[in-house]
Design a protein around this ligand. Structure first.
Ligand code: FE2
Length: 393
């Protein structure tokens, strides 16, 4: 509120040298005479302005017009200056906001600053060109600095996001390189032991399927898959005379052949990203009841990946053609695994295996049969297991 005497005291002829620039100002005051004087002061400063008689009208103008600064009276009927300030700060945080207070409202003026006003002007004394201009210029500089800080922060975020993306892509490429290496290794195993062509790929997919069905193994999925894929890598060190011998092996040949689990483990254990898979390679011929080799581990001493592999391996061995017999039906192998649960096989693993429908096995066999020569597992399949255990990149 402002009296007519006070209106006469308002000076409009003092134009400050500190010009606030091209600000478009909205004057909010319930008194038409004040709006008029303010507009005249701003006009002398070369600042275009609009006027509103209250908070609601001011908010409407802010929605529809390009405004840079609001100069609002504190005490108005209806929406007070402080209420308008709160709404403007929420809806248009970038705007300069000056609160106009009476000499008796200084405390509220300070409160307005605390609530987000950029400055306050005491009327009628400070409603002149110099003070208004300086106040607007100061507020604008602060806003400008705030915007620069915000732009800088945004720019930094963009840089960080871009570099994070580049890092992820690089890591992805490294992982793919690893997986291509694994693919070649697995293919080499199958090539060496040609009667079991496609075996590595099938037990890889079977093991992953059983692990999925068991549940709770998401973080181990990649290791389980790689362990199954490379389980016989130690056979690369077994001589052709033993590995490819058509007839039964002698006891000594059997002993040599059994060394492939230890050899495979020794070969792979030093590679950090294969360290867990190495444990599966080491234990892939162990049996639940302790009758396996090379260490005679029993029950849960055997890594879960190796327990899963044992079931997958039996299933594949029985359902694949051999030089000396045709492939057996799924049912025959399922009966063997059911009968061996709690002896050769982990019961929980056997149960998970038996719950998987034949359709799933048929799909895997069809897909592996139509895949590359020797049924190579693709790097893509191994890589896909990473997606199961890592957040989206
Ligand atoms: Fe083996």
């Amino acid at each position: 509120m402002i009296s007519n005497d006070a209106e006469r005291n308002l000076t409009t002829d003092q134009i400050t040298p500190t010009h606030p620039g091209d600000l478009r100002v909205l004057i909010v005051d319930d008194e038409a005479s004040v709006r008029k004087v303010m507009a005249a002061v701003l006009a002398q400063l070369g600042l275009p302005c609009e006027t509103a008689a209250g908070g609601e009208e001011a908010l409407h103008i802010l929605e529809t017009s390009q405004i840079d600064a609001v100069i609002s009276d504190l005490q108005m009927p209806g929406m007070s200056g402080l209420e308008l300030l709160a709404k403007v700060r929420r809806l248009h945080p970038q705007l300069v906001f000056l609160m106009v207070t009476g000499v008796d409202d200084l405390r509220v003026g300070v409160q307005a600053m605390q609530q987000g006003a950029d400055d306050y002007i005491v009327k009628p004394l400070q409603v002149d060109g110099n003070i208004l201009s300086a106040s607007l210029a100061r507020a604008r500089r602060v806003k400008h600095l705030e915007q620069e800080v915000e732009n800088y922060r945004h720019h930094l975020e963009e840089i960080v996001a871009k570099q994070t993306q580049q890092l992820r892509e690089a890591l992805c490429q490294i992982e793919l390189s690893y997986d291509h290496t694994l693919e070649a290794l697995g293919a080499a195993i199958d090539l060496r032991d040609s009667p079991t062509a496609g075996h590595s790929r099938r037990v890889f997919l079977y093991s992953v399927e059983i692990a999925r069905t068991m549940g709770g193994l998401e973080t181990q999925m990649r290791n389980i898959g790689m362990g199954a894929w490379l389980h016989d890598i130690g056979k690369l060190a077994i001589s052709d005379g033993i590995l490819l011998k058509p007839g039964a092996l002698t006891d000594e040949e059997c002993r040599v052949m059994q060394q492939h689990a230890q050899i495979g483990y020794d070969l792979v254990k030093g590679i950090p990203f294969l360290a867990e898979a190495a444990e599966i390679i080491y234990a892939h011929h162990e049996r639940w009841d302790g009758s396996g080799y090379p260490r005679g581990l029993k029950t849960e001493e055997i890594p879960v990946g190796a327990r899963i592999f044992a079931v997958a391996d039996t299933f594949d061995a029985m359902t694949s053609d051999r030089p000396y017999r045709r492939a057996l039906p799924f049912k025959a192998s399922q009966e063997v695994i059911e009968g061996g649960a709690g002896k050769q096989y982990d019961t929980q693993t056997a149960e998970a295996f038996l719950s998987i429908p034949d359709k799933t096995w048929e799909t895997i066999r069809r897909e592996t049969a139509s895949s590359h020569a020797y049924g190579m597992a693709t790097a893509r399949d191994i890589h896909a297991l990473s997606g199961m255990i890592k957040p989206m990149r």
